[in-house]
Design a protein around this ligand. Structure first.
Ligand SMILES: CC(=O)CC(=O)SCCNC(=O)CCNC(=O)[C@H](O)C(C)(C)COP(=O)(O)OP(=O)(O)OC[C@H]1O[C@@H](n2cnc3c(N)ncnc32)[C@H](O)[C@@H]1OP(=O)(O)O
Ligand SMILES: NC(=O)C1=CN([C@@H]2O[C@H](COP(=O)(O)OP(=O)(O)OC[C@H]3O[C@@H](n4cnc5c(N)ncnc54)[C@H](O)[C@@H]3O)[C@@H](O)[C@H]2O)C=CC1
Length: 280
């Protein structure tokens, strides 16, 4: 069975690590600081404890799952991984830096996947000497619940790499959808401008945050409203996606709302910082 490396133990990296471990894969979870790694493993433990409380997981299986996850701050520990999934911050320069480091330490045959929400796979791949083995593997938040994985080939990604990612996506009980490289791919090109519009409605004083969210829940049957969703995703991530789409398409319909920028500048990032459109 393949060994999985995960880069970044934040919102997405912890979800990805948890799901692979639950399906029996050995996982190496890497972040830049010991405290971040521990926080990530703490989050996974909390999630698994909830399942034990609900009676959908035994204590024994919880411990087996946790034992399959090894935390590290040392990127060289990823040398044993067959597939590495990068889920660090949504910033092209950072991703290029990470992929160039991964290219040096990982096995020649290892596939380097990115969970980017909007960035060019081709550009990330160009930071490595193995662009045929670099691919987009875009999970959705919360990873343990959401079934979709967008699989995105860059200009040089091989069919073989794509097949391996499609296959492993099915093995963890997710549904892969093949998507051509384009800013924001499919889901985020629809979803994030909707969130941006909701922020505009809030800023215009048309309705309160609660009423905007209630409206979309009751009037459009969304599971949660757009502002609660922004808090779940992270306002920094939403802003980064809008900025990428704005820059890449050159179309002002993707201009990030100034209130979104203000929230991020103030550290109102959503659930992960304890405060966004709501307080947590
Ligand atoms: C930005 C990007 O690049 C891409 C993206 O991810 S965009 C964001 C995509 N995600 C969405 O749109 C999510 C929309 N929201 C939802 O689907 C739902 O609100 C939700 C699934 C998150 C929560 O569902 P809910 O009915 O509101 O709450 P709740 O009853 O507490 O949870 C439902 C189930 O999900 C589980 N769950 C909720 N949050 C979870 C989390 N963070 N981790 C693990 N499991 C979670 C709960 O444990 C519960 O499980 P059971 O059915 O086994 O009891
Ligand atoms: N939040 C969401 O709903 C979704 C986010 N994504 C994408 O996933 C990626 C991660 O997003 P989140 O988990 O939300 O971010 P986050 O901010 O919750 O976590 C990012 C983590 O990466 C770590 N990190 C930064 N540089 C690193 C490095 N060089 N090596 C290892 N770890 C490093 C940070 O310390 C942090 O713990 C981004 O590219 C984002 O666009 C994709 C789907 C959904």
């Amino acid at each position: 069975m393949k060994k999985i490396g995960v880069i970044g133990s934040g919102t997405m990296g912890t979800g990805i690590a948890q799901v692979f471990a639950e399906f029996g894969y050995e996982v190496i979870l890497r972040d830049i600081k010991e405290e971040f790694v521990n926080r990530g493993i703490g989050l996974i433990t909390k999630n698994l404890n909830k399942k034990v409380e609900k009676g959908t997981l035994t204590d024994l299986d919880k411990n087996k799952t946790l034992n399959r996850i090894k935390g590290t701050v040392n990127i060289a520990d990823l040398k044993e991984a067959d597939i590495i999934i990068e889920a660090a911050v949504e910033n092209m320069d950072m991703k290029k830096q990470i992929f160039s480091e991964l290219d040096k330490v990982c096995k020649a045959e290892a596939i380097l996947a990115t969970n980017t929400s909007s960035l060019s796979i081709t550009e990330i791949a160009n930071a490595t000497n193995r662009p045929d083995k670099v691919i987009g593997m875009h999970f959705f938040n919360p990873v343990p619940v959401m079934k979709l994985v967008e699989v995105i080939k860059g200009i040089a990604t091989s069919e073989e790499s794509k097949s391996i990612i499609v296959e492993i996506t099915k093995k963890i009980d997710k549904t892969p959808v093949e998507v051509d490289e384009a800013p924001g791919f499919v889901v985020n090109r629809i979803l994030i401008p909707m969130i941006n519009e909701a922020i505009g409605i809030l800023s215009d004083g048309v309705a309160t945050a609660n009423d905007i969210d209630e409206s979309m829940k009751l009037g459009a049957n969304h599971p949660i409203g757009p502002l609660a969703l922004a808090d779940l995703i992270g306002n920094d991530v939403c802003l980064a996606i809008m900025e990428t789409m704005h820059k890449e398409f050159g179309d002002d319909k993707y201009r990030p709302h100034h209130l979104l920028k203000k929230m991020v500048r103030g550290g109102f990032l959503g659930r992960k910082s304890g405060r966004g459109f709501y307080i947590y």
